[in-house]
Design a protein around this ligand. Structure first.
Ligand SMILES: C[S@@+](CC[C@H](N)C(=O)[O-])C[C@H]1O[C@@H](n2cnc3c(N)ncnc32)[C@H](O)[C@@H]1O
Length: 279
């Protein structure tokens, strides 16, 4: 079998592609990402039978949304894990009684949103915290929206199948409580139990699309480790939209490296990369 052939990516083709990627997703690829882009797209060109990036640009211009979605899938960085930045999940557990009391007072259930969910580990980690908390005081209902721009990642989120070795959970009992172990061909894998999977409403959302299909009035939004890929004006615009999407008194969690310093906002800081809408 011949190995992959390296196709040269000219500065012009790189500029055209990075401009398209920015317009569609706000992901910024500086000139220093040229090699990275070429390494991520090379195989796609080969499988499309294309010899040059110029041909690929023509195809993207003509083929429309599906091929552009494929491109965004290939350039997005999807790294994630269960209970990443664990202090956020402890904080989530801590604020739930107050949020539940408010929701009950208003006669509604709790709404949470994992807004850059990747393959789902973050949303299922939130769901485990909610399920544990509900086992202590079962009065309030809850749902979690899990969304991402990447269709490929959302398929994995829906499946809820993960490698056992990546299932590092803070409490050893949770593996058996929330996951089914695979056997035979599925040895080494575990699947989220249906009762927890059903709690997630999984859908594709581009954080910069005109209208969000996710309802406003969210009690908690996790939008972590995605703003780092955006420029400052895009971060500011996103922050304003996420603030509007929160219920008064609702919480926004961003990644530990994503301080909101320098971005105008109306949120109160209330923990490491955790913010609250006043109210
Ligand atoms: C590094 S992962 C973060 C996953 C998870 N939030 C965490 O902290 O572990 C970043 C995710 O953001 C998604 N993403 C990038 N641009 C996006 C956009 N414009 N709208 C929605 N999701 C986007 C990527 O597809 C990727 O799955």
């Amino acid at each position: 079998m011949p190995g992959p052939v390296e196709i040269p990516l000219s500065p012009e083709a790189f500029d055209w592609l990075s401009e398209l990627i920015y317009r569609r997703s706000r992901i910024c690829l500086g000139e220093d990402k040229r090699v990275l882009l070429a390494s991520r797209l090379g195989q796609r060109l080969q499988s499309l039978g294309l010899a040059t990036y110029e041909d690929y640009c023509h195809l993207l211009a003509a083929a429309g949304d599906d091929e552009v979605a494929e491109l965004i899938d290939l350039v997005s960085t999807n790294h994630t894990r269960f209970f990443r930045e664990p202090v956020h999940f402890e904080l989530l557990r801590g604020i739930l009684p107050d949020l539940a009391r408010r929701a009950l007072g208003a006669g509604r259930s709790l709404s949470l949103w994992s807004a850059a969910a990747s393959s789902g580990e973050e949303a299922y980690s939130m769901a485990i915290v909610l399920a544990e908390s509900a086992a202590e005081r079962p009065a309030v209902g809850w749902t979690i929206e899990a969304s991402d721009i990447s269709r490929r990642m959302l398929d994995r989120c829906r499946m809820g199948i993960y490698e056992l070795k990546r299932l590092q959970l803070p409490d050893g009992a949770w593996r058996g409580r929330y996951f089914l172990r695979g056997f035979g061909e599925r040895e080494g894998l575990a699947r989220v139990k249906p009762a927890l999977r059903r709690r997630l409403s999984v859908r594709q959302v581009n954080l910069f699309q005109d209208r969000y299909p996710v309802p406003p009035g969210q009690d908690v939004i996790f939008c972590r480790n995605v703003m780092i890929y955006f420029d400052q004006p895009s971060r500011a615009a996103l922050l304003a939209r996420l603030t509007d999407q929160l219920a008064p008194g609702g919480y926004l969690f961003v990644g530990h490296t994503e301080s909101l310093t320098g971005i105008p906002h109306t949120l109160e800081s209330c923990g490491p990369s955790v913010y609250r809408r006043p109210g």
